[in-house]
Design a protein. Structure first.
Length: 217
């Protein structure tokens, strides 16, 4: 057995001298932070822009409930995946969020089918409407969750930063789409599938492009 020399002891002491204990990442605290950020964003949308009239009256359209539920489910599933990615473990499956993404993808698919059935005039009317405003609101409403998940990944050690950034963007965008659904009074599937769902796509692209550069370790 090699005996440690005084020089070796000094070198080890120098290497570890500046190290500080790291607070472990817990799934519960990460999820609480995400839900808190999402709640603040949704509340800001309602306070600043107002809630849907039917919600104020205590009722809701079925199409709106389905779409809002799909966005919420995708947001939660993707958020849990990102939180787990920040705490890498052997054998952990990070693909569960894809099932929720597949369900939410039915919205733009249905929008495409309905738009084709309506013809050029129906699509032109939707594009000329205020749908772009919903896209902007959804993207802005997702930024707080986006920042929170980015900070979480920076504290952690994701082994696949590119995929983690993509899923973080999906989670943030889905929460943003959920928030805008609490305000937007439009129940048309083309509007929801074209504009509300676009916030998820935009934030996913942003997450994939930006977050990997911020979480390298």
């Amino acid at each position: 057995m090699t005996r440690m020399t005084p020089n070796s002891d000094a070198l080890i002491a120098e290497l570890v001298g500046d190290l500080e204990p790291v607070k472990p990442l817990h799934l519960r605290s990460g999820l609480a932070g995400v839900l808190g950020a999402a709640g603040l964003s949704a509340a800001a949308v309602i306070v600043l822009l107002g809630a849907r009239p039917d919600w104020v009256l205590g009722s809701a359209e079925p199409m709106h409930l389905v779409a809002t539920g799909l966005f919420a489910g995708l947001a939660l599933a993707a958020s849990v995946t990102v939180i787990v990615m920040g705490r890498p473990q052997v054998g952990t499956d990070h693909g569960g969020w894809r099932w929720a993404a597949g369900m939410a993808a039915l919205l733009p698919l249905a929008a495409l089918i309905v738009a084709v059935a309506r013809g050029r005039a129906g699509v032109a009317h939707e594009v000329a409407g205020d749908g772009a405003e919903c896209l902007v609101i959804g993207a802005v409403a997702s930024l707080l969750v986006f920042a929170m998940l980015t900070a979480w990944l920076r504290r952690g050690a994701p082994t696949a930063p590119g995929r983690a950034g993509l899923v973080a963007g999906v989670a943030a965008g889905a929460f943003g789409s959920f928030a805008v659904s609490l305000h937007c009074p439009d129940n048309d599937i083309v509007h929801i599938g074209m504009w509300h769902a676009s916030a998820v796509v935009v934030m996913a692209a942003l997450g994939r492009a930006v977050i990997p550069r911020l979480v390298r370790w």
